[in-house]
Design a protein around this ligand. Structure first.
Ligand code: TXA
Ligand code: MG
Length: 307
């Protein structure tokens, strides 16, 4: 990734218009929410979402929260049953994230959920994020706007010190109100489960051992059910080969060897491979640099025996 000039604009109509323009181009922008600053991208655009992971320098793919402008937009993405409707009506807009079953054909790139059949949704209260959602007209994926391993930013200068040179724009809306990430509740069947405590206390006990922070719990879901061979230069008879660059394959993550494109397509290609008649999957070598490290992390977990 080439270094870029990071501008900081005070929140206002011009800054929102510029942020919406960049997001419409598939770029990523740091925006204040009432919890922490988020790093926002068009959730329908896989390559834009890949740029989030690249900018954060995240060595693996974690599912991201998708921000919606209203309950109607949420209903078009996740399955909102009575409990979800009730929580959304009571706490939205606000610092509550609902993990819901992902609707078939929902307009969200597979990389957003890291291939999971569930999706985290929240309608934010901060006027900057709400204006941006309105201006873009699409749901926005946004994790906290910090480099991987750093703490969540509650002021524009925290974002700048963490991500300067890696993103084009920071909207400065001053310090955030809560300074703590949203409460996350899973409504994916059975009783509601608290996945992350936060500003809204629903009186639920934390489920398991911090659930979402323990990536192992999620990994079980997104490993393909089939054997996966890495660093393959050609397919064996019973294999579906996912290519990259000079290795063509039955499908390809990126014919031109572009790692952003490869990250954006990874989960779709794994799902597609899992639907083929050939019982095994092979994947071409992926360079271990930049976001390639996150791709390789995901692939090596998916290839680990015992799955
Ligand atoms: O307050 C917030 O929630 C902030 C602002 C920007 O909205 N966002 C935020 O995002 O904290 P992030 O990506 O740093 O944290 C999202 C958490 C991760 O721990 C992730 O594992 C979990 O949400 N998550 C996302 N989708 C999930 C899913 N389908 N199932 C379980 N956990 C999920
Ligand atoms: Mg975070």
């Amino acid at each position: 990734m080439s270094a870029q000039n990071t501008r900081v604009l005070p929140y206002g109509p011009e800054a929102i218009a510029e942020a919406a323009r960049l997001i419409g181009e598939g770029q990523i922008v740091a925006v204040p929410t009432e919890t922490v600053y988020g790093l926002a991208a068009d959730a329908t655009n896989g390559e834009a979402v890949a740029r989030i992971y690249e900018a954060k320098g995240r060595p693996s793919f974690n599912p991201l929260i998708v921000h919606v402008k209203d309950i109607g937009q949420a209903r078009g993405i996740g399955r909102m049953e009575d409990a979800a409707e009730a929580l959304a009506r009571r706490y939205w807009p606000g610092p509550l994230t609902l993990v819901l079953p992902l609707l078939d054909g929902a307009p969200v790139a597979a990389l957003v959920t890291a291939g999971l059949p569930t999706i985290a949704l929240r309608m934010p209260a901060h006027p900057a994020m709400r204006d941006l959602l309105e201006a873009v007209g699409r749901p926005l994926a946004a994790p906290s706007a910090n480099a991987s391993g750093a703490i969540s930013p509650t002021r524009a200068d925290h974002v700048l010190s963490s991500l300067s040179g890696r993103i084009p724009l920071i909207l400065d809306g001053g310090p955030t109100e809560h300074g703590l990430e949203s409460t996350i509740v899973a409504l994916t069947g059975g009783a509601p489960r608290l996945l992350r405590p936060g500003p809204i206390d629903l009186g639920l006990a934390p489920s398991g051992s911090g659930a979402i922070e323990a990536p192992g719990q999620l990994e079980r879901h997104y490993a393909p059910a089939r054997p996966l061979r890495l660093n393959a230069l050609e397919a064996q008879v019973d294999e579906w080969l996912i290519g990259f660059g000079a290795v063509p394959g039955d499908s390809t993550l990126s014919a031109s060897g572009d790692l952003i494109e490869a990250a954006a397509k990874l989960f779709e290609m794994l799902h597609e491979a899992g639907r083929q008649d050939r019982p095994r999957i092979a994947v071409a070598p992926i360079p271990d640099q930049g976001i390639g490290a996150a791709i390789n992390d995901r692939l090596s977990r998916a290839a680990a025996p015992g799955r």
